[in-house]
Design a protein around this ligand. Structure first.
Ligand code: C5P
Length: 446
């Protein structure tokens, strides 16, 4: 089989169309040398594969949400991972094994004692083959059997026989989820480092509303990429995000281009790493991350009030919001009419929320952001001093790739002790992971 890094496959495609080469000409050896390019084109399957691909064993148990596991399987395969599916008997009542076979491209494993299956890939081989086990949906009954260490069907036996990490995405009726027995079982599973993904809240197939919905496949994949940890357990983080709106009249306001994406990503990761997170958010169109307590604030004054209410209990304050520096001196009670050729707006300065927190006698570990278009280092260091911060994260918002509202960012961190650290351009989620780790490190060293 020949491999070709996907970067090169594009070049080769072009060359082939001009007759320069007649096929994919890179050998496996050359492809391995080019690993740094991040992926390769697998000529056999004609698919781009990522080098961090995994072998996923997808366990499906019997719940109405089993249909969502088909989409999960498809998405994992599309990302270049290998997937083998194991279904419990009751799962096959909800979705036909043939569906998973068609999507995964391999027969579905169902029986513990199946001569044909054992000859090909038996339960021990499957348990050894997997890099990661994900059970979605995981019913209350499956959670109970897993907690008890039963090996009474193929899936529970594999879970017992594997050295691979196990993640489960529970899905069940909200009353069953809340039941003491289920919660005790989950405590046991968590104490054994089994990753629990979800469940989500909302309307259920039975008509109830509450916790117990299977998370969406994209959310499950997101959790698999960045599992929850207890790194920040016991810490309280207060984070501001998004823009503020300063009303001119009932229908007009002054604001800025901040999307809130960076602050929300930090809140999501801090919560995932075990912190108690309060997110004070300006008006943005973003979903509240799981396990994050959100307080909405519209104007700078409202944001200041919300921060004042929560800051006393906080260990870390991350000020990511783009707070308006000025607001109209007065807000008109009624819509301003366009009667005159010229309209003068008189503006007054807003309080600097970060500076207020930095000046508190019992201040938390303070992290600011400096969005600059010029003299990045000088301006960032000036703010670090002036606002009495422990760290400032500077970014060049003049660069469209990493500016406001972009999905990517690049940060230079300036510490109080004069050291600096650079986080190269990446998705805001990846930046948030690194930033949260850096803040934690600096915070625990103070
Ligand atoms: O001085 P500058 O506005 O550039 O400082 C940016 C930092 O200060 C950001 O962390 C921002 O969240 C915070 N800030 C604030 N309140 C303001 C203005 C900025 O908390 N009124």
């Amino acid at each position: 089989m020949r491999y070709c890094p996907f970067f090169y496959s594009e070049i080769l495609k072009k060359k082939r169309s001009t007759g320069e080469v007649s096929g994919y000409s890179l050998t496996l050896e050359n492809a391995i040398k080019m690993k740094g390019l991040g992926g390769y084109f697998d000529v056999a399957t004609k698919k781009v594969k990522s080098y961090d691909m995994k072998k996923y064993l997808l366990g499906v148990t019997g719940g109405i949400a089993a249909y969502k596991a088909v989409e999960l399987c498809r998405r994992l395969i599309e990302s270049g991972h290998q997937v083998r599916v194991v279904m419990t008997r009751s799962a096959t009542e909800f979705v036909a094994p043939l569906t998973f076979q068609a999507v995964s491209g391999f027969p579905v494993h169902r029986e513990l004692f199946d001569e044909a299956a054992e000859a090909a890939m038996g339960h021990i081989e499957l348990a050894k083959w997997a890099d990661q086990i994900i059970v979605a949906p995981a019913t209350a009954s499956f959670c109970a059997r897993l907690a008890q260490g039963l090996a009474d069907d193929l899936l529970t036996t594999i879970c017992l026989a594997t050295a691979a990490p196990i993640a489960i995405a529970p899905a069940m009726n909200q009353q069953m989820w809340a039941a003491q027995a289920t919660q005790s079982n989950l405590d046991i599973l968590m104490s054994r480092n089994i990753q629990i993904i979800g469940p989500g809240k909302g309307a259920q197939a039975c008509g109830d509303i509450g916790l117990g919905r299977l998370l969406e496949p994209a959310q499950i994949i997101d959790h698999l990429k960045t599992p929850c940890t207890t790194l920040l357990q016991g810490q309280s983080w207060l984070i501001t995000a998004g823009p503020t709106r300063e009303q001119i009249d009932p229908v007009r306001f002054l604001s800025n281009n901040s999307s809130g994406k960076m602050g929300f990503a930090i809140a999501k990761m801090a919560a995932r790493f075990g912190a108690k997170v309060t997110l004070v958010s300006g008006p943005v169109n973003l979903e509240t991350p799981e396990r994050v307590s959100r307080v909405n604030a519209c104007s700078a004054e409202e944001m200041h009030q919300a921060v004042k209410n929560s800051v006393v209990d906080s260990d870390v304050f991350v000020s990511c919001a783009a707070v308006a520096d000025y607001r109209p001196a007065t807000t008109a009670e009624h819509k301003i009419k366009k009667n005159s050729e010229q309209l003068d707006l008189s503006l007054i300065k807003n309080i600097d929320i970060l500076q207020y927190v930095g000046a508190l006698a019992k201040k938390p570990f303070c992290v600011g952001f400096a969005a600059e278009t010029q003299n990045l280092e000088e301006n960032a260091k000036g703010k670090l001093q002036r606002k009495n911060l422990d760290m400032i994260c500077a970014n060049n918002v003049g660069d469209k790739q990493i500016g406001f509202d972009s999905d990517q960012n690049q940060l230079t961190l300036f510490y109080r002790d004069g050291t600096t650290y650079s986080i190269p351009m990446a998705d805001k989620t990846d930046i948030a992971i690194q930033l949260v780790e850096r803040i934690h490190q600096a915070f625990t060293n103070t």
